[in-house]
Design a protein around this ligand. Structure first.
Ligand code: UD1
Ligand code: CA
Length: 446
């Protein structure tokens, strides 16, 4: 890895007004996770000693989301968005005592590559700016280079015609030593067309003071920033295309790649087989050789080797399927552990449950886990047989090798090896059906 320790600053205070949204821009989802998760994930490869996210618009919501994504990340508040240099200044107190490389990323720029970040971190110059040759340089800051590297960055608003003709532009990502940022950020003013404190003034100031300032370039696709819903939708398409290609390359079979949707953190083992129209929400692991049949929705779950799921199954957070488990159609599983070889074939809800090894769950079984206020657990032992249409009123325990009769409402614990019947006794009246029908027809007059 890199020699110097690394800290990350992720700028995420902007409103993102062009999203036309009450949600802070960096919390819009891409690949099932908030935009800011992507920058954080890319930065993680540098094994940063500290991560600071600068939040402003919707800061409480941003802070909450970031805490979930990276409990070690710190939040710096930027009440007023006075510019990118001001934003970085707000993060510096959180890096008190840190000596090393600081990398500044944008929370709304999700595709920045891990290799690109590694090359910025390892670069010997004092300030390194990530630039790219833009197909259309638009309103990006222009990078004015000379024989000794980067001379200055000129914002579009402040650029003359000749400078605007430059196609090498600023991605916004920048690396500089912490000490240098502490020394130079306070010297950046806001006398420019936007009246903002520009981080892009840093290169020229550092160079004047004799520091080495360089540009590293990357592919334009890595620097794609999200400003509108249209761009978000396009980014999602790009993300999915990449995730599908990666899964295929990793040895996963996708029956129809275009219909499978991945999350940023989806983890699928070699030789897993994924059917058509499967959606992976965040937090899914599918082990090697498992099979997900068409039309399944999985989130926050673990599917072990040899398991089969679907078609039309829903695995919600906390669903843990052991080896060779079979989950069939119209089954929903939440916060439940199914030990090896469990079969739950049809039309079933399992919530807050533990099902022992090789147990069979009949069609139409429901764990009645919620009483309107609290959630309660259902424990079912190994090698048990739950008859079709059993209602398991939690908290309740069914022992190992026990059985429940079809249609039972189980409200009391069932010991090991016992059969429990919790349904009305059948009464049979010979001939009554025919007599009843005749009487009814007569009454109707035909
Ligand atoms: C910035 C760069 C420009 C570069 C472009 C790339 C400056 C002055 N300009 O311009 O050279 O080509 O990015 O996209 O840096 N932010 C804050 N607090 C602030 C201001 C911004 O957190 O006070 C965040 C925003 O949420 C955003 C990022 O910083 O994620 C960039 O800000 P934005 O206003 O979009 O900068 P640009 O004008 O695009
Ligand atoms: Ca921008």
């Amino acid at each position: 890895m890199t020699e110097k320790p690394v800290a990350l600053i992720v700028l995420a205070a902007g409103q993102g007004s062009r999203m036309q949204s009450d949600l802070p821009k960096v919390l819009h989802r891409l690949g099932g996770l908030p935009l800011v998760a992507h920058a954080l994930a890319a930065g993680r490869v540098l094994e940063p000693q500290a991560v600071v996210v600068v939040a402003g618009h919707g800061a409480p919501a941003v802070a909450k989301a970031v805490a979930k994504l990276d409990p070690d990340a710190q939040i710096a508040l930027q009440d007023q968005q006075l510019g990118t240099a001001h934003a970085v200044s707000q993060a510096l107190p959180a890096l008190k005592g840190f000596e090393g490389r600081v990398i500044v990323l944008y929370g709304d720029t999700p595709f920045i590559g891990q290799e690109t970040l590694a090359s910025l971190a390892a670069h010997p110059a004092d300030v390194v700016v990530l630039g790219f040759e833009a197909a259309d340089p638009g309103r990006y800051g222009r990078l004015v280079t000379g024989p000794e590297g980067l001379e200055r960055i000129v914002e579009y608003k402040d650029a003359d015609e000749a400078t605007r003709a430059i196609r090498l532009v600023n991605s916004g990502v920048l690396a500089a030593d912490a000490a240098l940022l502490r020394a130079f950020l306070p010297r950046i003013g806001n006398r420019n067309a936007a009246g903002e404190y520009y981080l892009t003034d840093l290169p020229a100031l550092a160079r004047e003071a004799g520091h080495r300032v360089e540009v590293v370039t990357c592919d334009e696709a890595e620097t794609l920033g999200i400003n509108t819903r249209t761009e978000l939708a396009q980014a999602e398409a790009a993300f999915q295309a990449r995730a599908r290609a990666q899964a295929l390359e990793d040895g996963v079979t996708l029956a129809d790649p275009a219909t499978v949707w991945f999350a940023l953190d989806t983890c699928i083992g070699r030789d897993a087989v994924i059917g058509q129209n499967v959606v992976f929400g965040p937090g899914v692991t599918v082990e090697s050789g498992a099979e997900i049949l068409p039309f399944c929705h999985l989130e926050g779950c673990h599917v072990s080797a040899g398991a089969t799921v679907g078609p039309f199954a829903r695995l919600r957070p906390g669903a843990e399927l052991g080896g060779d488990v079979h989950v069939g159609n119209f089954v929903e599983i939440k916060n439940s552990v199914l030990d090896e070889g469990v079969k739950v074939g049809h039309l079933t809800y399992l919530g807050d449950a533990h099902i022992g090894e090789a147990t069979n769950i009949g069609a139409g079984t429901v764990t009645c886990n919620y009483d309107g206020v609290g959630k309660h657990r259902t424990e079912i032992g190994a090698h048990a047989f739950i008859g079709s249409d059993t209602m398991l009123v939690a908290p309740v325990r069914v022992g190992a090798r026990a059985m429940t009769g079809s249609g039972s409402v189980i409200t009391q614990d069932v010991p090991d090896d016992a059969l429990a019947l919790g349904r009305a006794q059948q009464v049979t009246k010979p001939g009554l059906a025919t007599r009843l029908m005749q009487a009814l027809r007569q009454k109707k007059g035909n």
